[in-house]
Design a binder for this molecule. Structure first.
Ligand SMILES: Cc1cc2nc3c(=O)[nH]c(=O)nc-3n(C[C@H](O)[C@H](O)[C@H](O)COP(=O)(O)OP(=O)(O)OC[C@H]3O[C@@H](n4cnc5c(N)ncnc54)[C@H](O)[C@@H]3O)c2cc1C
Length: 216
């Protein structure tokens, strides 16, 4: 799929068509010959068969697969795929209950975004305090992540969703309808989020992302 949450695909497809993008889903880059300017792909067909295709390029923009840093991948904290093995809701390590993790390095299935880390931070803060007997109950993370998808200068498709691809807008749809390209979403990303992240979240001042408490 073009994007993992179907609700956002129609708006993105509009731009794929408007820009004349030749979309080749199911193609995985397997090799690059820089001097010859060719890229080789494994292409999976609709019937499940696959074939190797080599294409020429003028400019190649490659996004490598995400991996955790080496020191995490080789540590006992990691699961078989190399990510820190935590419970998706409490973010507590599945084997060591006094260890918690957040951000890109965990094996949770949320979209790996700073927006997710922002929501995870108060959950981990609470659960660390609870593990130290300094707070009651456990806080739960719902998988919230946000992908501001820039589709043209001045317009963004603001994808916001929780675990399972459940759409979770922060704003009423009359203000920002995340399934459509929006100027207000652009302003939010360009003007509002940077101070929120730099002056709020990274300084430990968080007044909006309060965790939900369970087991009280
Ligand atoms: C191009 C791009 C665009 C993005 N756009 C958005 C967006 O619009 N909105 C959004 O919410 N998210 C966005 N993200 C995702 C966001 O940047 C990440 O989800 C977020 O930075 C994850 O934070 P983190 O602290 O978990 O990991 P990181 O930010 O990767 O921090 C990990 C830190 O650990 C350090 N480190 C690694 N190894 C060691 C070591 N051995 N010793 C000490 N330090 C070490 C690294 O240098 C790094 O500073 C984007 C990401 C990319 C790449």
């Amino acid at each position: 799929m073009l994007f993992g949450v179907p609700d956002y695909v129609p708006a993105l497809m509009q731009y794929i068509n408007a820009y004349g993008v030749d979309l080749n889903l199911g193609n995985t880059l397997t090799g690059v010959d820089g001097p010859a300017r060719t890229a080789t792909f494994n292409c999976v067909e609709a019937d499940g068969s696959s074939r190797r295709v080599t294409r020429e390029f003028d400019l190649l923009h490659v996004v490598p697969p995400q991996v955790a840093p080496d020191f995490i991948r080789v540590s006992p904290l990691a699961d078989a795929a190399g990510w820190v093995d935590v419970a998706p809701d409490t973010l507590r390590h599945k084997a060591w209950t006094n260890i918690h993790a957040l951000g890109d390095v965990t094996n949770t299935s949320n979209a790996k975004t700073a927006a997710a880390a922002r929501k995870q931070a108060p959950v981990v803060a609470h659960n660390v305090l609870a593990a130290m007997d300094k707070a009651k109950g456990s806080a739960h993370y719902d998988g919230y992540g946000s992908c501001p998808l820039t589709v043209e200068r001045g317009k963004i498709v603001l994808a916001e969703f929780t675990y399972g691809g459940r759409v979770a807008p922060s704003f009423p749809s009359w203000l920002i309808d995340g399934t459509r390209p929006s100027r207000l979403a652009w302003l939010l990303k360009e003007r509002i989020l940077p101070p929120l992240y730099w002056k709020g979240m990274l300084k430990g001042r968080e007044w909006m992302a309060k965790p939900e408490l369970a087991d009280l």
